[in-house]
Write a protein that binds this ligand. Structure first.
Ligand SMILES: Nc1ncnc2c1ncn2[C@@H]1O[C@H](COP(=O)(O)OP(=O)(O)OP(=O)(O)O)[C@@H](O)[C@H]1O
Ligand SMILES: O=P(O)(O)OC[C@H]1O[C@](O)(CO)[C@@H](O)[C@@H]1O
Ligand SMILES: [Mg+2]
Length: 531
């Protein structure tokens, strides 16, 4: 059963030409394609439909926010409530208190346009958030018992995985419930979408910390300012904040391994830059260099309630290491100031452009749910609002591709080392002279014909590698993280003791190495597999 969309009588919208989105409208995921390449994945274009699946009176909606804070959460809540109320005449809207566990352990919070009127001016989330506590069957019981038929779930990669499970359970029970996600990630680590809401605000706020570090550094002789920014596995905030600032001399992100000692190392660069300019600023993403920390601090791995690895403070660690190096070698007297603005950056309200972005995401989610779509995340793809199936959002992580132009821009703006040795650079040059045509890491999955290859110790087929894998393996070799042997195959085996690195390695294995045709051993007893 469908109903005419009540928006057709809305004076604000009824004058818009072609206000309703055609059912067949779609948005391509890849916007730059070659002449003869296939059309690729397309997503449904978001927006109001001629017909809606829910009669406004029967809608009972709820909103939940999960995971860490992000600027704009309150704006999204506000705009879902106002969108449902003003555009569709829905007035039964509940806030779920404190994340997923709130479905079954807390009272709900009634939400009206009046309650949410001013909340976009505040940071945080008025309905609270949490990690852990995802009990699918209790959550869906609660949805069923309360008669909820639209569930709006705002959160990061973990939350969207949780939303996908809720959607499956709702389907299994045959309930008439729309499950809609809104992607939230200050780290910008959700794939497919152009960028996440709150990201611009975070980058803007990071400028204040970088400015402070710069002022401190340039006011003393050999002043070093270190700023730690968020970015568990993806260094986007650090990269964009660095590019925006122009005062940063060195940006370190999880995707680009580095080392401290010796030729081409970090200490050498710091010394050089201090000699040249008398001061320097280092921006470091919290997930950068975790493998180096793990080597020097042998403490047990800890996890948060959602199972995310708790990171060690890399900012504190690197500050200590730099001070220790210069003190030990009596090289020069330095003054180092460490600034950790991480929580300040995510606890603020969203800026003007993020507010508009949040409004579009929220309204798109509302239009989608009202039209009867479910199991989707509302997201901006190539500048267009779309509905993205959960599995596309949860299957991989968005990471900085260090062979993309953006990272190259950063390297050229900071003039920092790439942390590749002379031999690596010679290899890299060779690759440039005989390119495989796969300079964009993203392409390697599709363009390489997978064939079963083992990684032999001295015989890695470099020409088969995409740029990302090339740099990655080189960095691992340098850090001696490949361990011999898996003798019956004569192949190298990657043995990593540290959980964090395993996570990163797994992502790169999945995204790139397998795409480049490598066989991957899951553990020493398993057979090689190309999946
Ligand atoms: N695989 C999963 N299946 C079901 N629920 C999950 C899964 N992963 C995470 N969750 C749930 O999603 C919620 C949020 O997860 P998490 O704490 O990892 O934050 P997130 O959504 O990834 O956001 P952030 O950007 O802050 O990391 C938690 O309540 C957690 O229990
Ligand atoms: O201290 P919390 O709340 O667990 O959040 C820390 C993590 O959350 C994030 O901000 C993602 O939301 C990461 O950048 C960071 O590692
Ligand atoms: Mg997450």
């Amino acid at each position: 059963m469908t109903y005419p969309n009540p928006l057709r009588f809305n004076p604000a919208y009824s004058v818009v030409k072609q206000y309703f989105v055609h059912l067949d409208d779609s948005v391509p995921q890849k916007i730059v394609v070659h002449k003869d390449s296939p059309r690729g994945v397309h997503f449904r274009r978001a927006g109001p439909r001629q017909k809606v699946y829910f009669n406004s009176d029967e809608v009972h909606a709820c909103i939940v926010t999960c995971g860490g804070l992000c600027p704009g959460l309150n704006t999204v809540i506000r705009e879902i409530v106002c969108g449902l109320y003003h555009m569709y005449g829905v007035n039964k809207i509940l806030g779920i208190d404190g994340g997923y566990r709130g479905f079954y352990s807390k009272n709900t919070i009634p939400l009206t346009p009046k309650v949410v009127n001013d909340i976009h001016k505040r940071g945080g989330t008025i309905i609270g958030t949490s990690r852990g506590g995802h009990d699918t069957s209790k959550i869906v019981d609660s949805i069923q018992d309360r008669g909820i038929n639209q569930v709006y779930i705002i959160g990061g990669d973990g939350t969207q995985k949780g939303a996908a499970v809720i959607y499956e359970e709702v389907r299994r029970r045959g309930l008439k419930v729309a499950v809609a996600g809104i992607p939230k990630t200050i780290d910008n680590d959700i794939p497919v979408i152009d960028k996440s809401f709150g990201f611009d605000t975070a980058v803007e706020e990071a400028q204040r910390a970088i400015n402070a570090a710069h002022v401190e550094a340039e006011s003393t002789e050999n002043g070093v300012g270190v700023v730690k920014l968020m970015g568990r596995y993806s260094g986007f905030i650090a990269m964009y904040a660095t590019l925006a600032s122009r005062d940063v001399d060195l940006c370190l992100i999880p995707e680009s391994p580095f080392y401290l000692e010796g030729e081409g190392g970090l200490f050498e660069f710091v010394e050089k830059r201090l000699k040249e300019s008398g001061h320097m600023v280092i921006v470091i993403a919290e997930g950068a260099g975790q493998e180096l920390l793990a080597e020097s601090l042998q403490s047990a791995d800890q996890k948060d309630a959602s199972g995310n690895k708790l990171l060690r403070d890399v900012g504190l660690w690197i500050s200590h290491k730099i001070k220790e190096h210069f003190a030990k070698n009596h090289k020069m007297d330095i003054t180092l100031k460490y600034i950790d603005p991480t929580y300040m950056i995510r606890a603020i309200p969203s800026n003007a452009s993020d507010n508009v972005y949040c409004t579009l995401l929220a309204q798109s989610a509302v239009h989608g749910a009202m039209a009867g779509y479910t199991g989707f995340t509302s997201g901006l793809v190539n500048g267009r609002q779309t509905y993205i199936p959960f599995n596309r959002i949860t299957e991989k992580q968005n990471m900085v591709v260090i062979t993309d132009r953006m990272w190259a821009r950063l390297l050229s703006s900071t003039n920092q080392p790439s942390f590749l040795g002379p031999k690596d650079l010679a290899e890299a040059k060779k690759q440039e002279e005989h390119p495989t045509g796969l300079l964009d890491g993203e392409n390697c999955k599709e363009d390489h014909q997978p064939e079963l290859l083992f990684i032999f110790e001295k015989n890695i087929v470099w020409s088969k590698l995409c740029w990302q894998c090339y740099l990655f393996i080189k960095a691992l070799l340098k850090q001696k993280l490949w361990k011999q042997p898996y003798s019956d195959h004569g192949s190298l085996l990657l043995v990593l003791d540290n959980d964090f690195l395993k996570g990163r390695v797994r992502t790169i294995l999945k995204e790139h190495l397998v795409g480049c045709g490598f066989a991957v051993f899951r553990d020493s007893r398993e057979k090689a597999t190309t999946t």
